[in-house]
Design a protein around this ligand. Sequence first.
Ligand code: PLP
Length: 376
Amino acid sequence: MLHYLDYAATTPVPPAVAEAMVETLTKGFGNPSSQYDLGRAAKAAMDGHRRTIAAALGCPPERLFFTSCGTEGDNWAIRAALWHNRRLGKHIITTAVEHSAVLQCMKDLEQQGYAVTYLKPDGQNRIAPEQVAEALRPDTALVSMMLVNNETGTCYPVEEVAALLRGRETLLHTDAVQGFLKVPFTAKSLGADLITLSAHKIGGPKGIGALYIGEGLPHPRPLLFGGGQEQGLRSGTEATAQIAGFAKAVELRRSHLEEINGRMASLRDYAVERLQEIPTLEFIGRADAPHILSLSLPGYPSQNIVNDLSSKGICVSAGSACHQGKASHVLTAMGLPKKVAAGTIRISFGPETTRADIDALADALREHQERRFPML
Ligand code: PLP
């Protein structure tokens, strides 16, 4: 039996989402740019899907642009903001705990002469708005701060940072990939100029995301030049089936949002209750979001834990699935002792998760601790 506990890495697609995609692929397959009924119908369907997702973000549909993934949204947002503020300066503020889609962009920008300040979290993975205030310079073109950390589920004070930046030209981007439809916010309540979303963390397909570009950037720099799709900002024939799946996933989530998030939060609390019975187990970081919990068996290498659990059909990730075995930059930035960081795994929940999944995990972790020798 499969116990999938890695929803922060990706999620299964509910049958209704797959059906919406099949329908688009087989029946509504027209190119939205085509000038006959099939094309016009594809365009109308896509416009409806954009409205569905924009409504969930609380923004006008014309400010929401489809991208191929969250990574693309992050890259585009950062480049567009820096282009917009190219006369203001070459200083960027971000955090040391961003997803690699942001951090690797920053590394590239440093090579191009930008100065980047990386804000460090405390031992609970929290970052205070005052840290942004202290780092601000007259030439700060952009602040990029994620909404929910993908490794520990910690929320960051994006709203407070937006308030702090009010009246300044500095633009604010937030990677909301782990926060969208998990923690309550709208584009307006957050006040960020750019917001990145991705479908596959909420029951949508992989390979589709969206970027909100607010009115602070009236003429955003295009990402891709070509046929002029997405208001000329991201050319390329639209991924209509993925877009249909994204919208259906949003619709499904929103129809039971409080129930789903409430259930995930109570599963997380149940997991804490069950797992704290395991001697020496430590919880890592502040888990604000309902779907992520990070924990460590100090002394037991996380890759061994992941492999052992995998042999029992339990899927969890070592720190973050995006790091492929390397020491997590998040845990390092938090200043965790090496032994604790090296033994850290992330578990994450979705609408399909049950208490039986948590019980299987708790039993397997206890067994791992009893049977295996610590190696660190
Ligand atoms: N940002 C965060 C916080 C993520 O967790 C992820 C995915 O793991 C991404 C960005 C990248 O999204 P995508 O996989 O759609 O490129």
